[in-house]
Write a protein that binds this ligand. Structure first.
Ligand code: ZN
Length: 105
């Protein structure tokens, strides 16, 4: 016998649903998130931010990277705009798996 994690009543080892509270006992396993849905940062959002506001480092701030400050400081040189364009291409072409590994830990 094991215990239901939700109501602490004893249940069958093979039970899928708790007969006391009706909880799905497999619901507590971490759900395998399908790529583009769910919480966390979006690859597309980051890519579009890089494309349109990348010269200001907005996509870096969105991704939680403090290096975005450098984009702001050097905004007037237009170098950040070029770097951001490269960032945008990398972000939009990378796989969801790679994106999640880098930014959605
Ligand atoms: Zn229960």
């Amino acid at each position: 016998m094991k215990k239901c994690p939700f109501c602490a009543e004893e249940i069958q080892d093979s039970a899928i649903k708790c007969k006391h509270c009706g909880s799905n006992l497999y619901a507590q396993e971490p759900p395998r998130r399908s790529s583009s849905s769910g919480q966390g940062k979006s690859k597309i959002t980051a890519g579009l931010l890089a494309l349109f506001l990348g010269g200001l480092g907005i996509h870096k701030f969105y991704l939680g990277k403090s290096i975005g400050v450098l984009y702001l400081i050097f905004f007037w040189t237009f170098i950040p705009a070029i770097v951001a364009l490269v960032d945008a291409i990398i972000l939009l072409t990378m796989t969801d798996e790679n994106f999640d590994r880098m930014y959605n830990q």
